[in-house]
Write a protein that binds this ligand. Structure first.
Ligand code: ZN
Length: 179
């Protein structure tokens, strides 16, 4: 592969750092981009730069967003008094795909895992409890995964909010829910 000019070698190297892309695939993609219209290659490059520049976390629910408040939190047709607690943006996307939930989310950014040294201060629990204490929340749905860490995290939240007067329900992550 070392017979390629430097710009191609550098692109192959960058592409091969992506998950699931080996050296061979990276070489094929680089050749594809070399022969693609300038406009397409420029668009790909611009999209990558935009991604890093514009995507941040919603200040309310910590979903990925290109604004201070995400699309769901700023949608007046969603019910802000219902919070569905999930581990990560992918879990939220799975529930959104089912198109049956009309509340808002809280993305923890992980789960409690003493074995990995991940405690309550390492995920966005204080932010959740702050939202819960606002007086605006009617129901919290715990949609962490059903593995040990997910259950421990749900149990921790339930314990902390037990006397809050908020209705707490538990569902397995990814299961579509109605209203
Ligand atoms: Zn949000």
């Amino acid at each position: 592969m070392k017979h390629y000019p430097d710009p191609i070698l550098k692109l192959i190297h960058s592409l091969s750092t992506l998950p699931g892309i080996g050296k061979k695939t990276a070489e094929r993609l680089a050749m594809h981009l070399l022969h693609a219209p300038d406009r397409d290659a420029a668009e790909l490059a611009a999209n990558i730069i935009d991604l890093k520049k514009k995507i941040r976390l919603c200040s309310n629910c910590f979903a990925l967003s290109d604004h201070d408040t995400c699309r769901i939190c700023s949608d007046p047709s969603r019910d802000p008094s219902i919070i569905c607690v999930v581990e990560n943006p992918a879990d939220m996307a799975a529930i959104e795909k089912a198109n049956a939930f009309n509340g808002t989310y809280h993305i923890l950014g992980g789960v409690l895992s003493p074995i990995d040294g991940i405690g309550p201060g390492d995920i966005r629990l204080s932010e959740l409890f702050k939202r819960a204490a606002s007086g605006q929340i009617r129901e919290i749905i715990l949609a962490t995964k059903t593995n040990v860490e997910g259950e421990a995290t749900a149990a921790y939240i339930l314990d902390r909010l037990n006397t809050s007067g908020i209705r707490i329900t538990r569902i397995a992550s990814g299961i579509p829910m109605g209203g």
